[in-house]
Design a protein around this ligand. Structure first.
Ligand code: M6R
Length: 366
């Protein structure tokens, strides 16, 4: 039931902090990160030399974040694939020690299941990250991690997205540990950083009025451009996907540095641009992109870190996030503003946020 919320999307956005707390509870002991769900021996984990991350839609965006975490923390090369593309690729680069991880909220996405079967057919171990108990993905995999986000009713994924990213982070830490790439105190520090996320998300939700105010920018828009760099290019992809799914506004996302290679031609006075520009190593580069956008009369809404006066003085609206200890985890906090923003834009445009046209909660045809 809605329990006082206007729609399931609002309820599920609000449930994110608790979902992540549930997933993280009891995951650290004296031996490090506990992820018995992997059902793999320490030797097998240590031997993994390649990881395939396969998913669709929002879950594919999770794979992009997980790739960065696995490569940075565990130093294992990762290949991300859209399941629907992977299934028709001729050459699959599996080694005897490749692990395949499928990410699927529903556990019933046909393309993702086909990809998992293909990988298993090639002798690859398959690990599933899913939200649905006893789903096909869970039943057909060698190991399964339930993200425990609770039922997600709204077609647009919110709490499963953030919980799946945290699951990806746990997997990356577990692998880093088994591969001898991380000292115990480092593992513990990363785990603590993950544990700080629920409160940061609560803080962003408490700032929803900022998204409500910024939604006005999209009132007469026909299209919008989302920009971000590094891990937050993924935040841009996810923000654009949320907006188009529920508000039917065309939205396109680009890594900020790619804008000048084409999309900049779209810009004209009044064109809405959403820039994700947290305090991180690539901040100043993204600020220059914002300057280019503004010089062409576009209206910019920025997701920025508290206290960033440089960004505040440039843009029309700022969606503020509190400081996040590890910049690789910013996507898990920043995206919450984009979920809330998409919801306000959709409501303003009279759309049914929970049941957008043409979409189903799980896509069971290939
Ligand atoms: O259940 P899955 O995670 O496998 O679903 C994959 C996509 O269909 C899904 O994420 C879709 O993109 C969402 N509606 C996005 O909000």
């Amino acid at each position: 039931t809605l329990g006082g919320y206007a729609d399931f999307m609002a309820k599920e956005i609000a449930e994110q902090p608790e979902a992540i707390e549930r997933l993280l509870a009891g995951r650290l002991d004296e031996r490090g990160i506990k992820l018995d769900e992997l059902s793999m021996s320490e030797e097998d984990l240590a031997a993994i030399d390649r990881v395939y991350l396969i998913a669709c839609g929002t879950s594919y965006h999770v794979s992009l974040i997980a790739r960065t975490l696995v490569q940075t923390w565990a130093k294992v090369p990762v290949i991300c694939e859209y399941a629907s593309e992977f299934n028709y690729e001729q050459d699959v680069l599996v080694t005897p020690h490749t692990l395949c991880v499928i990410i699927t909220q529903s556990g019933e996405t046909a393309d993702t299941l086909t990809a998992a079967r293909r990988m298993r057919g090639m002798g690859c171990k398959v690990f599933a990250i899913t939200n649905v108990l006893g789903s096909s993905a869970a039943r057909e995999s060698d190991g399964v991690l339930y993200v425990q986000a609770g039922p997600e009713v709204c077609v647009a994924s919110t709490k499963a997205y953030t919980a799946q990213m945290v699951a990806g982070a746990l997997f990356a830490l577990r692998l880093a540990q088994a591969q001898g790439q991380m000292e115990p105190d480092e593992v513990e520090r990363h785990y603590r950083d993950l544990c700080s996320l629920p409160d940061l998300i609560r803080e962003v939700i408490a700032r929803s009025w900022q998204d409500k105010r910024a939604a006005a920018v999209f009132r007469r828009a026909h299209s919008a451009l989302f920009l971000g760099r590094g891990v937050n290019s993924t935040t841009a992809y996810e923000g654009a996907l949320k907006l188009k799914e529920i508000s039917y506004l065309h939205a396109e996302a680009y890594p900020a540095g790619e804008m000048k290679h084409g999309p900049i031609a779209l810009l004209e006075p009044g064109f809405p641009v959403v820039a994700i520009v947290p305090a991180d190593a690539v901040h100043d580069k993204t600020v220059s992109n914002i300057q280019e956008v503004i010089a062409r009369g576009a209206v910019c809404v920025a997701v920025a870190t508290d206290g960033d006066e440089d960004v505040a003085s440039l843009v029309e609206h700022v969606l503020w996030i509190p400081p996040v200890a590890d910049e690789l985890l910013v996507p898990i906090v920043a995206v919450v503003h984009l979920q809330v923003l998409a919801r306000y834009v959709a409501r303003m445009r009279g759309c049914d946020v929970d049941k957008p046209r043409n979409l189903a909660k799980s896509v069971t045809v290939e």
